[in-house]
Design a protein around this ligand. Structure first.
Ligand SMILES: *Cc1c(COP(=O)(O)O)cnc(C)c1O
Length: 457
């Protein structure tokens, strides 16, 4: 499969390029040049597979000659061998809803599912590479832990994670900072998540610096994360679809997870609506409900993993909506940068064929957790609660799967506000409270961070 950039579709890239670079040099995102959907017969064959087998069938067409299917299958098994449930993900009932539990990996959020695989992709690639890679990633909490767990101790690479100092939950922080492996570096930035993200972007854009350290990235625009996430949409459909199209409600920040659902739909999976569920940082809800894509200031909420105003992966959808015209996409992206973009009616119609959106504020989120606990004696994390609440507001409970993106113990404050008790860590992770933490605090200063990286490698 060949890839192009959303901002210049005349140059072609291999999966290996796409995987290692993350972002195209022109600032665009990589997407496949074309996508061939599975036939009805293919889907029937896929429907009886176990999770790992299904993952191999779905991912393989996207990776070209990066590795053989046999090698891919073995990396998939290795990646998911230490998940806490046998089939990687789990489906449970909650009233009329089905809940797709994606948090049974090592760091208790859905990001493990893609990241564990990426970690093994790096290892596979670096066995034959000559130069050490330095991966730098910004996190609002969950990405960093997932990345560190997937990359710690791997040879020929270092991982640097920038998190906003004192702005993530202690569990989130501990899952990152208790590791002793020498290739793990935690940096607490005196600033917010946007500052961390901007520091990483500036380092990427400084070609001198990024070439010098052989920099690579694993944030949610990396295409390999999208393909790994598309798998669980198929899995859920085959388990519970019964031949009826399903809708999926997805707590959304960077538009990565829900875009994976869109990819599944493009691959032929019978998906009805993809519900974009946001917190009060609701740029995507404003965009999809009324075309308004103006950026506002990011506000901190009790769903920190969705406190985002630049939904990077949205560019991939816009490229599609613009009929794969990279000049149009480039033009739109420069308008967005100047905060002067409004989605025109024609484009909005196209988006609404697949997407619908809703928003919950912090109180509604807490109320939702409380309500669910009272009715079903189940504790859901606040992000999941937004997914459930959005589908409820839209009255789309029928044939609807809500993606449960994190374990409730990661967000003790919101849970306590709702039900006046906290949720315990799974037994296998209690050790995170006993170990010593290791991280350095740096001011929000690009040169300081660059020096830190250079002096560490
Ligand atoms: C990252 C994250 C999200 C948002 O996912 P996107 O792919 O950025 O839309 C939602 N919930 C949790 C718990 C997360 O960690």
């Amino acid at each position: 499969m060949e890839y192009i950039s959303t901002r210049n579709n005349s140059d072609h890239f291999s999966f290996k390029n796409v995987f290692l670079k993350g972002l195209a040099d022109d600032g665009g995102l990589f997407v496949p040049k074309s996508i061939k959907p599975f036939s009805k017969e293919d889907l029937i064959k896929l429907s009886s597979l176990k999770y790992n087998e299904l993952a191999a069938e779905i991912i393989f067409p996207f990776i070209g000659n990066f590795m053989t299917k046999k090698e891919l299958s073995s990396l998939i098994s290795k990646s998911y061998s230490h998940f806490r449930c046998e089939d990687v993900v789990k489906i449970s009932d909650l009233g009329k809803f089905k809940i797709l539990e994606l948090f049974h990996g090592p760091t208790l959020a859905f990001k493990d599912i893609a990241m564990q695989l990426i970690g093994n992709f790096y290892q596979y690639h670096l066995e034959s590479a000559e130069k050490k890679i330095n991966i730098i990633v910004a996190t609002s909490g969950d990405t960093g832990a997932a990345a560190i767990d997937a990359l710690k101790g791997k040879s020929n690479l270092n991982v640097f994670v920038l998190h906003p100092h004192n702005k993530i939950s202690p569990v989130q922080r501990r899952l990152m900072t208790i590791h002793e492996e020498k290739n793990v570096f935690n940096i607490a930035i005196e600033g917010n998540f946007d500052d961390c993200q901007n520091l990483v972007k500036s380092m990427f854009n400084d070609q001198n610096f990024s070439n010098k350290i052989n920099m690579s990235g694993v944030n949610s625009i990396n295409w390999s994360r999208i393909i790994a996430q598309a798998v669980y949409y198929f899995y859920a459909y085959f388990k519970i679809g019964n031949g009826q199209p399903l809708s999926f409600s997805v707590p959304t920040g960077n538009f990565g997870d829900i875009y994976a659902g869109y990819l599944a739909k493009k691959l032929g999976l019978p998906i009805d609506k993809l519900i974009v569920a946001t917190n009060k940082n609701d740029i995507l809800h404003r965009a999809i409900s009324g075309g308004d894509y103006t950026q506002k200031k990011v506000e901190e909420t009790n769903t920190p993993s969705m406190d985002i105003q630049i939904a990077s992966n949205f560019e991939r959808l816009l490229y599609d909506v613009k009929d794969c015209n990279s000049e149009f996409t480039k033009d739109v992206m420069s308008k967005i940068k100047n905060n002067e973009y409004k989605i025109d009616n024609n484009d909005l119609e196209k988006i609404k064929r697949n997407f619908i959106s809703e928003m919950l504020d912090e109180n509604e989120t807490v109320e939702m957790i409380k309500d669910i606990h009272e009715k079903y004696q189940i504790v859901v994390d606040p992000h999941t609660a937004i997914g459930i609440g959005a589908a409820k507001k839209l009255e789309l409970e029928k044939n609807c799967v809500v993606l449960s993106t994190a374990h409730p113990c990661k967000f003790p404050k919101a849970i306590e506000d709702a039900i006046s008790k906290t949720e315990k860590l799974p037994e296998s992770l209690r050790y995170v409270y006993d170990r010593e933490e290791k991280f350095d605090v740096l001011s929000n200063d690009l040169e300081k961070v660059k020096n830190y990286v250079i002096n560490s490698i």
